[in-house]
Design a protein around this ligand. Structure first.
Ligand code: 5GP
Length: 485
């Protein structure tokens, strides 16, 4: 015992020294992980913190764990030993068999046998955890436990100090962009963001997500796809992870042959990890995502005429009548507020309210458009009257990725309406990123850019009485895209 307390003491001495140093956070936590692991005779250690919304854990520092194990990426906070995050110390005798452990195969390949997990608690709130690992089955003593509890207290103090530094920085930085960012719900801290992206399209996609205030992580997790003799032989690292949506996104602006290869990997990943939600956004998908903002490689492209009518005026009118009938039936005896999002919805809203046989009131909202300039989405026109305790029907022209709607619904829910449903004229389901239940849908449309009946391209074409397809100059688009690579 005397010797052990000596090793705890010298480990604590090293830990407090590094905690008080000017090293980067990563270096500090790595060093703490090493000292802690050695003092309790463990082979590895991982220190992680909960990130905004507390849904996943990110690694702050490690010792003795191979790259593959680390690249497991953000752990779903509820899936892996959630008791630690409830404030309990958790001991796992055999990680390769215990149901509470994620990624058994990796644990086995990495020879992880026993795990001891200790919560990091900052002023009564669990903010993260420290786990120590051993290769052989191992029982940790009460003094090991007590030593690790002191170490996690030091981690909490370091976190506190880093956070207050960030607050100070934010307070002093007064530029406009920064003010906007601090107004937004918490985005991942700058340190979690990559210094650079592998492709310009990835940086573009990140900006788009920022605009809609959708949290993202870049290449946070590598998925082992096949193993040979206990070692991982092939891995796949999707470009983005959107924690709130629990969605991985792989962007590919490359050649068709590479897309085929990526498709194969995505299929394999889905088979091996059925719980993992992943979408492949191919070059064309991505261009289409940007085209609606008149932005990106298509921004300057000369758009051809509307070359196909998708829905004629009479088809639209018939469908609008059917939707209005359903709405009138479903809300019979009630009064509804129909909320439209300007400006694409003008024609649809004007037509549908005339067909509804219930008392309705109408209100409008408007939001800023994506401009690729680092701003975040803003409500430029809010509701004029209160929707609290009222039946609200959101009326949309088109739901595409669902990011706009996702943002607006969060805003509307905060006003506590009695009910909140969605009615959209068009549903471009193929491109959905955020899945939102749509109660009333006019037409499901293919993954094409449409205009008319209120819908625009750079403010033109809204006055067409039908919905048509707009064909960009394809050859030019592809030319521009090639220069993106
Ligand atoms: P989301 O956030 O669902 O990706 O996009 C919804 C908004 O994007 C719509 O309200 C609409 O303004 C615009 N949008 C999406 N697809 C199209 C399209 O095919 N044509 C036009 N004109 N706008 C679209």
């Amino acid at each position: 015992m005397g010797n052990r307390s000596g090793s705890y003491y010298s480990a604590l001495k090293r830990i407090t020294k590094v905690a008080n140093s000017a090293f980067s956070s990563r270096k500090v936590y790595n060093s703490i992980a090493k000292s802690a692991a050695k003092a309790v005779h463990a082979n590895g250690c991982r220190i992680s913190f909960l990130v905004p919304q507390h849904e996943y854990l990110l690694t702050a520092g490690t010792y003795g764990l191979s790259d593959i194990y680390l690249k497991k990426g953000p752990l779903d906070a509820r899936k892996s030993l959630p008791e630690i995050l409830d404030g309990e110390t958790v001991f796992v005798a055999d990680a390769t068999k215990d149901e509470r452990v994620q990624h058994h195969q990796i644990a086995e390949a990495q020879r992880i046998s026993s795990i001891l997990g200790v919560p990091i608690i900052k002023q009564d709130e669990v903010v993260g955890e420290m786990r120590v690992y051993t290769h052989e089955p191992h029982w940790f003593s009460e003094s090991d436990n007590s030593f690790l509890r002191s170490v996690v207290d030091i981690c909490a103090v370091i976190l506190e100090r880093t956070e207050s530094k960030q607050v100070l920085k934010q307070e002093y930085k007064k530029d406009r962009k920064h003010t906007l960012l601090t107004e937004a719900p918490q985005l991942p801290t700058a340190s979690l963001r990559p210094a650079s992206f592998a492709h310009p399209s990835e940086s573009e996609f990140a900006k788009l997500l920022d605009f809609y205030r959708i949290e993202w992580l870049y290449e946070p997790r590598a998925f082992p796809l096949c193993w040979k003799e206990g070692a991982v032989a092939e891995m796949f690292t999707p470009d983005f992870y959107l924690p709130e949506l629990d969605l991985y996104v792989e962007l590919t602006t490359l050649k068709q042959s590479l897309i085929t290869e990526k498709n194969r990997k995505v299929r394999q990943l889905k088979q091996l990890y059925p719980d993992v939600n992943i979408k492949l956004l191919a070059k064309d998908d991505f261009v289409k995502l940007l085209v609606k903002y008149g932005y990106g490689p298509l921004g300057e492209v000369k758009i051809g005429q509307v070359n196909k009518v998708l829905f004629s005026r009479s088809q639209i009118q018939r469908r609008v009548k059917i939707l209005a009938k359903r709405i009138s039936r479903d809300y019979a005896g009630q009064q509804i507020v129909m909320v439209g999002v300007l400006r694409g919805v003008i024609c649809f809203m004007a037509d549908i309210i005339q067909q509804i046989s219930l008392p309705v009131t109408v209100d409008f909202m408007a939001i800023s458009n994506y401009g690729g300039d680092g701003q975040v989405v803003k409500i430029t026109k809010d509701l004029d009257s209160s929707i609290t305790n009222r039946h609200v029907l959101m009326v949309e022209d088109i739901v595409d990725t669902g990011m706009t709607l996702n943002y607006l619904l969060t805003h509307l829910r905060a006003h506590n309406p009695q009910s909140l449903n969605i009615c959209t004229l068009l549903d471009k389901r193929a491109r959905r990123l955020v899945d939102i239940p749509l109660k009333y849908v006019g037409f499901e449309i293919p993954d094409r850019f449409v205009v008319g009946y209120g819908l625009d391209y750079k403010e033109e074409y809204r006055n067409l009485p039908f919905i048509g397809l707009l064909n960009p100059d394809v050859s030019q688009v592809h030319g521009d895209l090639n220069s993106m690579k």
